[in-house]
Write a protein that binds this ligand. Sequence first.
Ligand code: ZN
Ligand code: ZN
Length: 211
Amino acid sequence: MIRHHLSDDLLTGYSAGTLPEAFNLLVATHVSLCDECRARLGALDAVGGAVLDACETVPMADGALAATLARLGEAPEPVVVETPAAIFPAPLRDYVGGDAEAVRWRAVGGGVRQAILKTSSAASARLLYIPGGMAVPDHGHRGTELTLVLQGAFHDETDHFARGDVETADEDLEHTPTAMPGEPCICLAVTDAPLRFNSLIPRLLQPFLKI
Ligand code: ZN
Ligand code: ZN
């Protein structure tokens, strides 16, 4: 039961193809888990298509239609085999090249681990592993931070977030995300600006951790 969804702005940006790569990855991963956002995205894609239809038409090369139709006949539907115990939904698995066990985690203190994903420099993406009951150091945000829960759950000053939920944080929020006791919490977090840490140690480590 997903309670925290993507904003219209994000879905519109995704539909129009204007988001940085890191945000695209998070949106695609959430949409693969969330029927509601998938339906909203479908509606936005239809609007985008209608806008394109209203634009001036461009003449196509001779035979382009026939070639396109011929290709339609060839391509078999890709079969997506869902591993029952998969933590990463398909878009993220494709990106990482495997599930959570394929990730090369690095310790960042307090039992918390992270892995930076390679994306274009406009925004950054990382996977976070927070042992049950442990916290990410409290911090503020210079831009937008989206955190998608993939396993377990965390809570902070605003609410509780479980698998599929997305927390959207901006300049106005200072928080200390803390994993619920029990299962480790694994998240995908994307940011378009570095975080602002409130205590000295994370601030000193920040350039090395690239968060
Ligand atoms: Zn959603
Ligand atoms: Zn944050």
